[in-house]
Structures are given as structure tokens and as C-alpha cells.
Design a protein around this ligand. Structure first.
Ligand SMILES: NC(=O)c1ccc[n+]([C@@H]2O[C@H](COP(=O)([O-])OP(=O)(O)OC[C@H]3O[C@@H](n4cnc5c(N)ncnc54)[C@H](O)[C@@H]3O)[C@@H](O)[C@H]2O)c1
Length: 265
């Protein structure tokens, strides 16, 4: 299917690592111009280099923190100056920390909400006015099945992701007539393929996530997935490219799980 993304300008937050990296490269392979916005500037630059070599119209690495609205305004201005107006926004940057609710330091809960929900709001605020002005745009945010069904040890994280889903539905209603669509993709467990595919600030560098690299743990998780395996970053990237594209022109306010059937509704 021709997605028609060639020449489109896309911003991918957290585009330097794992799922965001795969999304950036998939958009690049469709010929889009991709801005890889991340805390880790060096890894973002490496992904931008790979994006250029796999067909991107253009690729730009931009160091920015989605919890800093002032910095985001400058980052989006740099993208617009360098590549043109942003037509696709992928709110992918996120952070996770596993802990039972009462065991989690409230400051940690706040950080999870600040990055996953407030960060998504901040970047959307920085990009949306120009989309509304041009009466065209597609925003795809990365949620989580934890935000749909609730998962043990993911209280604040899941609440933030549920917030991303609710926010996207509201924005879909508010800005549909302005030509802007909002959808959410919820990955299941998606372990990085290779250590060099994660950034220095990836959640996968945390000790508590090393267990997911253990084949026995992966088998145990896969048993809960009707399709019998864990997710791959490319699985998520395919869904994001479709929703970002004009092929999804009549789809807005939707939440799509890419988790092998783990969550159905
Ligand atoms: N991998 C999974 O199993 C899984 C499952 C469900 C949902 N998700 C969601 O998918 C998204 C990507 O996950 P991943 O596994 O690729 O994570 P990751 O940690 O490997 O990558 C996230 C990227 O976001 C960047 N980032 C974090 N905070 C930032 C900030 N304040 N400003 C700018 N960039 C920031 C990091 O530097 C990193 O490069 C996240 O939103 C995550 O919550 C992942």
C-alpha cells in the first residue's frame, strides 16, 4: 500500500531508542523527512544518519526535553526552519518504573506523569497551532496496554498512559474540523533487538528491566499473548506509519493495541 508519506515532515519524540528508533526509520523508509527529538543527542544523530541512508527525504537530530515547554518551542522552530512545517507528530518519548503503588516514592510517580502525560501535552501544544493553521496534521501518541487495562506495578505509569488516551480523544473531538487527527498506539512488551538500538536515557538501561532480556521471562510473557510472542519495534512502527498517513484519513480518536492480542476491546 502506498502510504503517501514521502516528503512529509514528521517529528518523533524519543526517536533515538527502541520503538521510537523503529518509528523514525520506518517513516524514513517511506520517504518522510524525520526529526528525531530526544534527550540523547548523540544517539539521535546516529539514528538520523541511519534514516538518511534508508531513504528519508531529510533527517534531523534535535536535542530536547519534552518536560521543558520553552526548549520545545525552540526545538520545533528549528525543525520548521530546517525542514518545513510539521505534518506528523509522534508522541513516543516515555519513561517507566515498576513498583507497587505504596512502595513508589511520590516524586517518582510525579516524574512518570510529567514525562508520559505532561510531556505529551507540551509537545502537542508546541506543534498543534501550526497544524490547525494549515488545517492538516496527524498526531499519533504511544500509549500502553497498562493504560487500557491496568497492570500490576504500573499505577502511575498506567494512569499517565490512560491520560494520553483520554487527551487524544478530546483533541480528536476539538480539532477534527481543523483537519487534525489524533490516535494512540499501545504496544505490548517490546524488548530492544540490540543494545545499540537503545539510547543512553532509555528505560531499558534500568537494572529492573534486564529481566526482560531473559528468554524464560520472555516465554512467560508470550504465553499471555494470543500470537505467542513478544512485540518487535517494527510491529509498532507499521501501525504508527499507517495512522500517520492519509490512508487513515477517516480514523481519529482511536486506540490501537499492537500487543499480539493481549488486549482486546
Ligand atoms: N517497550 C515496551 O515494552 C513498551 C510497552 C508499552 C508502551 N511503551 C511505550 O513506548 C514508548 C517507547 O518505549 P521504548 O521501549 O522505546 O523506550 P526507551 O526508553 O527505549 O525510549 C524512550 C526514549 O524517550 C526519550 N525520552 C525520555 N524522556 C524524555 C524527555 N523528557 N524528553 C525527550 N526524550 C525523552 C529517551 O531518551 C529514549 O530515547 C514509551 O512511551 C513507552 O512508554 C513501551
Amino acid at each position: 500500500m502506498e502510504l503517501g508519506l514521502a516528503g512529509r515532515v514528521a517529528v518523533v519524540s524519543g526517536g533515538a531508542s527502541n520503538i521510537g528508533r523503529a518509528i523514525s526509520l520506518a517513516l524514513a523508509a517511506e520517504g518522510a523527512s524525520v526529526a528525531i527529538l530526544d534527550l540523547d543527542a548523540e544517539q539521535a544523530e546516529r539514528v538520523a544518519g541511519t534514516a538518511r541512508s534508508c531513504g528519508a527525504g531529510d533527517a534531523l537530530a534535535v536535542r530536547a526535553d519534552i518536560t521543558d515547554p520553552g526548549g520545545l518551542a525552540a526545538a520545533v522552530a528549528a525543525v520548521t526552519d530546517g525542514m518545513g512545517p510539521v505534518e506528523v507528530l509522534v508522541n513516543n518519548a516515555g519513561w517507566a518504573r515498576r513498583s507497587r503503588f505504596l512502595d513508589q516514592d511520590p516524586a517518582e510517580s510525579l516524574k512518570l506523569i510529567e514525562i508520559n502525560l505532561i510531556g505529551t501535552m507540551n509537545l502537542t501544544r508546541a506543534v498543534l497551532p501550526a497544524m490547525v493553521k494549515r488545517r492538516s496534521g496527524s498526531v499519533v501518541s504511544i500509549g500502553s496496554d497498562a493504560g487500557r487495562i491496568g497492570e500490576k506495578q504500573e499505577g502511575a505509569y498506567g494512569a499517565a498512559k490512560a491520560g494520553v488516551i483520554s487527551l487524544s480523544k478530546t483533541l480528536a473531538r476539538e480539532y477534527g474540523r481543523s483537519g487534525v487527527r489524533f490516535n494512540v498506539v499501545c504496544p505490548g512488551a517490546t524488548v530492544p533487538d540490540l543494545p545499540e538500538h537503545v539510547s543512553g536515557s532509555s528505560l531499558w538501561n534500568q537494572e529492573e528491566y534486564s529481566v526482560y532480556r531473559d528468554p524464560a521471562t520472555q516465554d512467560a510473557i508470550a504465553r499471555h499473548y494470543p500470537l505467542g510472542r513478544l512485540g518487535r519495534p517494527e510491529d509498532v512502527a507499521g501501525a504508527v506509519c499507517f495512522l500517520a498517513s492519509e490512508r487513515a484519513a477517516f480514523i481519529t480518536g482511536q486506540t490501537l493495541s499492537v500487543s499480539g492480542g493481549y488486549t482486546m476491546s
